[in-house]
Design a binder for this molecule. Structure first.
Ligand SMILES: N[C@@H](CCC(=O)N[C@@H](CS)C(=O)NCC(=O)O)C(=O)O
Length: 215
């Protein structure tokens, strides 16, 4: 099974964590990352398979699919153990909603602060940072008193964590949100999560990209 991803692709990181949690072996090809545009332009296989020209893309014996959530669904079908969705239908629906929120609502807000690393005092920058803090607060509220986003560890946590990590790399910290901070620590205690996180940090170090301490 071959995965095209990017060295700092958070949607790729979702797939890598899920595969490691399930013991699925992947041949990984990192598509070159262009920091100036935050993109992965021009890989012929990625562009052939995904009209959106985005990673991650998976190839498995002639099957060619894209989109991290869809790839994770495929993993769930071919490697049901350990399950990463709750079994009970209502919990499962809630987990799917949290995963969707992580990808489509929290992630874009948490990603956007990257455009305002040096310009946080502009009105637009201030708004972007405020929206990222709100996203962290919403994640904290979604977690509530539970250890994991959907009761049991799974895709909702993986998607929320990769969204969380995006802003964490830009220096945002879960200040005043102890439940979210403790959850992030629980995530990072999982070998699959730690390995993927360390891989991204290692790549940034090789590129001499210094991460802000905190913001
Ligand atoms: N919904 C897609 C989003 C994929 C996505 O945004 N990929 C980013 C990397 S994390 C990308 O390839 N961006 C390059 C671009 O949009 O040009 C998924 O879940 O896979």
């Amino acid at each position: 099974m071959k995965l095209y991803t990017g060295p700092v692709s958070m949607f790729g990181a979702k797939v890598l964590i899920a595969a490691a949690e399930k013991g699925i072996r992947l041949e990984i090809e990192n598509v070159p990352y262009e920091p100036a545009t935050f993109s992965y332009p021009g890989h012929p296989e990625v562009n052939r398979i995904n009209p959106r020209r985005q990673v991650p893309v998976l190839i498995d014996q002639g099957l060619e699919i894209f989109d991290s959530t869809l790839i994770c669904e495929y993993f769930e079908d071919i490697a049901p153990e350990p399950p990463l969705w709750p079994a009970e239908p209502r919990s499962r629906a809630a987990a799917r909603l949290a995963e969707l929120k992580a990808d489509e609502i929290w992630f874009p807000r948490l990603r956007r602060v990257g455009q305002f690393l040096r310009d946080r005092s502009s009105p637009e920058g201030g708004q972007a940072w405020a929206e990222a803090r709100t996203a962290y607060a919403e994640m904290d509220a979604a977690l509530g008193e539970r250890a994991w986003m959907a009761g049991t560890f799974g895709y909702a946590d993986i998607a929320a964590y990769t969204a969380y990590l995006t802003s964490w790399f830009f220096g945002l910290r879960p200040a005043g949100l102890p439940k979210l901070a403790a959850w992030a620590e629980r995530m990072e205690a999982r070998p699959a999560v730690k390995a993927v996180r360390d891989g991204i940090v290692g790549y940034l170090e090789t590129q001499r990209i210094r991460l802000p301490e905190s913001a």
